[in-house]
Design a protein. Structure first.
Length: 154
């Protein structure tokens, strides 16, 4: 299976995007010294286009073929994340209750951390019960703040 990777710039820093012939495989925050690249790969080209539209305020949902690999629980969490409306937030507890696992708050956090498609599967919309911005993509809360500010301004 042929995979291709590209790096693009965004308001939250450089992004690495990887796809195979049919599906997006991941979007992740790249090192700032990563060299920007481009490609004619149709999945990567479409992902880049939709991500730019999102950052320009012209897109609130993504329509990309994602290769989701994870446990049943992770998939359930990611599906719940995808239902959080653009510009809205909810707590880890809200997600746990939404999937009928009210005691799984920490596991929700771990499923968020395992999300290979930040921005696209909007784990940045999950905040602490006390409305605080909590962990995102490791410890990159500044990125979460930028994404939420962008969504609130649109």
């Amino acid at each position: 299976m042929s995979e291709e990777t590209m790096f693009m710039d965004s308001p939250v820093g450089k992004l690495e995007i990887k796809a195979d012939l049919e599906n997006l495989l991941l979007v992740r925050f790249a090192q700032e010294d990563a060299k920007l690249t481009d490609t004619n790969h149709p999945v990567l080209h479409e992902a880049k286009k939709q991500i730019h539209e999102y950052f320009n305020g012209d897109r609130t949902e993504f329509e990309l073929p994602l290769k989701l690999e994870g446990t049943d629980f992770q998939r359930e969490v990611w599906a719940a994340l995808s239902e959080i409306p653009f510009g809205r937030t909810c707590s880890y507890q809200d997600i746990a209750e939404r999937i009928n696992r009210p005691k799984a708050v920490r596991a929700i956090g771990q499923a968020n951390k395992a999300n290979k498609f930040p921005i696209i599967i909007p784990c940045h919309r999950v905040i602490g019960k006390d409305k605080s911005l909590t962990g995102y993509a490791g410890r990159q809360i500044d990125k979460k703040e930028i994404l939420l500010s962008l969504e609130h301004s649109n």
